[in-house]
Design a protein around this ligand. Structure first.
Ligand code: PGA
Length: 249
């Protein structure tokens, strides 16, 4: 049985005051421990606030992106070693908003994945199709190409530290969710692809679903055999909703 991971993606939201309130509610809600791994992915300026408020708790913190560069003249960028300095354990890469608004390619996402692994962080690699691609029957080929770019560059052992998130673009922030079976079908394709790289480890890789996951649909999604957790946007900003999803896992 794979342990589940419920990860919040705060996106570009928050303030010192609102984060403090949210994190203290989460800590209180999880004071008896959680049956799954719990993570919040915060904007970079708030990572040390997370470190200060979450150290010693069962809640981890991570970043939403990382630079493809290691250091130097890259104004505005944040490197993997810097995230490691902030005691991040995970970082998201290849979120569809980065792909769509910042022109990130599969190859760039793969290089960022390598940077994270080299700094001891676990990459959460996002893949997902647009509505148009789904309607054209391209879902499996799109997500497979996105994942293949990463699998082509990492070594076999690194698979142990990889997390994959399937996030259909048309379900993100729209209130539309993939049905549990639709999500499961894609998760199974992704797991088969991981198995081509390393069969025993593929069984251990957590594959998260993301896209309008909320308390009302979390349980049925998380009940599917290859859905090992969630990457939660909107519902991660409300303590009660995030806690309810954690409860469902
Ligand atoms: P959502 O976002 O839960 O608000 O749909 C998920 C994500 O983009 O990671």
């Amino acid at each position: 049985m794979r342990r589940k991971l419920i990860a919040g993606n705060w996106k570009m939201n928050g303030s010192f005051a609102s984060n403090e309130a949210l994190l203290s509610e989460l800590r209180a809600g999880l004071s008896a421990g959680a049956a799954c791994d719990v993570l919040v992915c915060a904007p970079s300026p708030y990572l040390m606030q997370c470190a200060n408020l979450l150290s010693g708790s069962d809640i981890g913190w991570g970043a939403q992106d990382v630079s493809v560069h290691l250091s130097g003249a890259y104004t505005g960028e944040v490197s993997a070693p810097m995230l490691s300095d902030c005691s991040c354990t995970y970082a998201i890469v290849g979120h569809s908003e980065r792909r769509a608004y910042h022109g990130e390619t599969d190859e760039l996402v793969a290089q960022k994945t390598l940077r994270l692994l080299a700094s001891g962080l676990k990459p959460i690699v996002c893949v997902g199709e647009t509505l148009e691609q789904r309607e054209l029957g391209q879902t499996n080929s799109v997500v497979s190409a996105q994942l293949r770019a990463v699998l082509d560059v990492i070594d076999v052992d690194a698979l142990t530290n990889l997390v994959v998130a399937y996030e259909p673009v048309w379900a993100i922030g729209t209130g539309k969710t993939a049905t549990p079976q639709m999500a499961q079908d894609v998760h199974a394709v992704l797991r088969q692809q991981l198995a081509l790289k390393n069969p025993p480890v593929a069984e251990k890789v957590q594959i998260l679903y993301g896209g309008s996951m909320k308390p009302e649909n979390a349980q049925e999604l998380l009940a599917m055999p290859d859905i090992d957790g969630g990457l939660i946007g909107g519902a991660a900003l409300k303590a009660a909703d995030f806690l309810a999803i954690i409860q469902a896992a």
